[in-house]
Design a binder for this molecule. Sequence first.
Ligand SMILES: *Cc1c(COP(=O)(O)O)cnc(C)c1O
Length: 376
Amino acid sequence: MIPFFPPDLFEEDRELLLDVVHEVATDPTQKFILGERTARFEDLLKAELGAADVVACGSGTTALTLVLMAMDIGPGDEVVVPAYGCAPLANTVLGLGAVPVFADIDPVTLVMDPDGAEALLTGRTRVLMPAHMFSVMADMPRMRVLADRYGLRLLEDSAVAQGAVLDGRPAGTWGDAGVYSFVQVKSFGGPGEGGAIVTRNPELGRTVRMLRNHGQDGVHRFRHHRIGLNSRFDEVLAAFQIRRLPGLARRIARRAEIAAYYTERFTPLAEQGVTPPPPGTNGRCYYVYSLLAERRDELKRHLAAHGVDSHVYYPLALPHQPAFAHCAPEGRRWPNAERAARQSLAIPVYPHLTDAQVESVADAVCAFAALAAPVR
Ligand SMILES: *Cc1c(COP(=O)(O)O)cnc(C)c1O
């Protein structure tokens, strides 16, 4: 069986992980959070991205919350988010007492549709929060234009897209702020929870830096300037990520290579109701390789019978989640998000797949399509 969530994700780095645990545990400073390794990790990312500030924090989810808090988002405010994606897109907004307004997605790229988002703007809209999806970055140039035209803040949920580049500009640097997640399945995942905020606005950077540690300024201990969170960064993870950063580009290139092969194999399958993500490399992130399949559940069973594990990301559009349905206006529909929830199926794309495994995944998908009568 080719697993979807490989059990040997950090096998190559096992020694490294043991080393950094030992190093941090025996360091005379005995600092386990927000120490000099965290600061060095932030500086490395900042230099690489040309950002004004990078602030490491407890998770991608709290990274979104910290930015929304720094933007003073609260009751009475609306934040436009995609109708399809992960729960933090809605629950971070609701957690601050604001309202997520769900915009439908593009049927092919699966990212928030800029025209759909524009149609939902009201006098209460404060923030646009597009998210990069499985393998395609959101239309950030259009989002920037909308944010500027209507005087909105732009928060780029780039949790899945670290290392991706659109028109020469890295994911995370398009908005007033962007976020990354280091949870294990993400492109720069590690063995635990972690996230980061990227911003070109030094003032916003200073504010989130305070907010991540209970609103303290980092100079005076126990002086709290703002109501903050506990969303701090772990020194073991910082040490681990510092040493793995140089290999990130190679791992992303391998994901891109696998994805390009899949897309080439699957492009002829449209007649059989299987559609790969759009080809190309500009604005692509290979976090997850997701197909749209009209007979998704049958395809999933077929793959399992042929030794290929797959995964359904987001079987429900966000406005149909029990926790968020109260924010979905009566009668409003999100047809593309609803279709993606019915049809999307993710197949293995992690960098240590062998060429033979990649080929057998593709063969299994193609064999399913060959069995199927044309659907149209
Ligand atoms: C994973 C993810 C998050 C949250 O990151 P965590 O580190 O898991 O909290 C936010 N947004 C998107 C789009 C994600 O995929």
